[in-house]
Design a protein around this ligand. Structure first.
Ligand SMILES: Cc1cc2nc3c(=O)[nH]c(=O)nc-3n(C[C@H](O)[C@H](O)[C@H](O)COP(=O)(O)OP(=O)(O)OC[C@H]3O[C@@H](n4cnc5c(N)ncnc54)[C@H](O)[C@@H]3O)c2cc1C
Length: 364
């Protein structure tokens, strides 16, 4: 069954409360496994990592009994912290240049779901229909594109981000770099047996139906030779000027921060900022934008949508206070920055690798 992503707060909380860490640990690598489908809500700031962890603790789980799930949340936090530390440098090859790059385009076989690897093609069609792809599928796609097809990771990553409801600059960019070997020690590639095992298929005699020793020695398979440079653009809605009550503070939301619990007890102006400069740099599809808008309207009463930067709203100079959440994309917002809700707020410094990060935080 294809995943679906409701936008009302009640259903989102129900989904959070139904995480089953034991099942998760056993089955998460399979496309039919018991994964949480929470990423669109986490990436959009509707749910925070500490909120999810607190809910698990209330249900009696510990870092030991929910280890596998918490480790995945820690991957997210590790990527976020890397972004905060490196800023826009995460948009370039981080640890070393990606090796063996033939071009900076994307394979038509990926954008047209025609690689000939049936389970991957079906996964890409599902991505287009639902805005979601299982983690293994994302890794398979990135491995095909960058390591067998020898594309630089940047444009294929932009394509995937464009279509993901959970699109997150850090998780996406750094995962692509991890697969492509510019943020890891080794390129990642899977063979047909691995794909058959985790994606529940039984295909043989494909260009991936070979051993791990041979797989990257072959020339670029014919199916991956046709490449192009699609253009991605976000079509933002035109919005009316917001009606601002200048006797009340302003809370600034954005596509990464749509938290329904954020000072809801305070009367305030609540504005969803859709900054064209941000969306020009990080384009998203209509499906993704519609999801963001629906989440905002369904989860945050009286929110007003503004196409523009906060600086484009003249009344903001008159209000008693402006609040946003500390985040790389709010750096230029005026006003007070509230602390970002980290899962491991006690961690200080820069994580040198995920494994060092996990070693330190798992003692907290
Ligand atoms: C090439 C590639 C691109 C990716 N792009 C994104 C992206 O744009 N946005 C995004 O949120 N995730 C991205 N991921 C990470 C991961 O695939 C998704 O977070 C996960 O599949 C979401 O499904 P879920 O919520 O059911 O995850 P679950 O397995 O239920 O995990 C729970 C939560 O842990 C976090 N998490 C799980 N796995 C990872 C991981 N490998 N890296 C970082 N965080 C993780 C997510 O917040 C997820 O919601 C990418 C991975 C790859 C390989």
């Amino acid at each position: 069954m294809q995943p679906s992503f409701p936008t009302d707060h009640k259903s989102i909380l129900e989904r959070m409360r139904s995480i089953a860490p034991e099942q998760y640990a056993k089955t998460r690598n399979f496309s039919t496994g018991s994964v949480s489908y929470l990423s669109p809500y986490i990436s959009r700031g509707v749910l925070t990592l500490p909120q999810i962890w607190n809910n698990l603790k209330e249900r009696g789980y510990t870092i030991q009994t929910a280890a596998k799930f918490i480790q995945e949340l820690a991957w997210r936090e590790y990527f976020q912290r890397t972004w905060w530390h490196l800023g826009n440098k995460i948009l370039q090859d981080i640890r070393q240049p990606q090796q063996d790059v033939l071009h900076h385009e994307i394979q038509k076989a990926l954008t047209e779901a025609g690689t000939g690897i049936d389970a991957i093609d079906e996964g890409i069609r599902t991505l287009y229909e639902t805005g979601y792809a299982h983690n293994h599928l994302r890794m398979y796609i990135a491995g095909l594109s960058c390591n067998l097809g020898k594309a630089h990771w940047k444009l294929p990553a932009t394509w995937m981000y464009y279509h993901l409801l959970d699109g997150d600059i850090a998780s996406n960019t750094l995962s692509w770099q991890w697969v492509a070997g510019s943020f890891s020690n080794k390129k990642y590639i899977a063979n047909q047996d691995n794909i058959n095992h985790y994606l529940n298929s039984n295909q043989k005699k494909t260009f991936l139906d070979t051993s791990y020793e041979e797989i990257l020695k072959q020339p670029v398979p014919e199916a991956l030779q046709n490449t192009w440079q699609p253009a991605f653009a976000t079509i933002l809605p035109d919005t009316a000027p917001p009606k601002i009550r200048t006797d009340l503070p302003v809370f600034l939301y954005n596509s990464y921060w749509l938290n329904p619990n954020w000072h809801t007890d305070l009367p305030a102006n609540r504005l969803l900022i859709l900054d064209p400069v941000h969306f020009q740099q990080y384009p998203v599809s209509k499906k993704v934008l519609d999801f963001i808008l629906k989440l905002a309207v369904d989860c945050i009463p009286d929110i007003q949508v503004v196409k523009g930067s906060p600086q484009s709203i003249p009344e903001l100079t008159e209000v008693p206070a402006i609040y946003s959440i500390e985040h790389p994309i709010t750096a230029a917002y005026p006003g007070i920055k509230e602390p970002y809700p980290w899962l491991f707020p006690g961690f200080k410094g820069t994580p040198s690798s995920y494994f060092n990060f996990w070693k330190k935080v798992s003692y907290f």
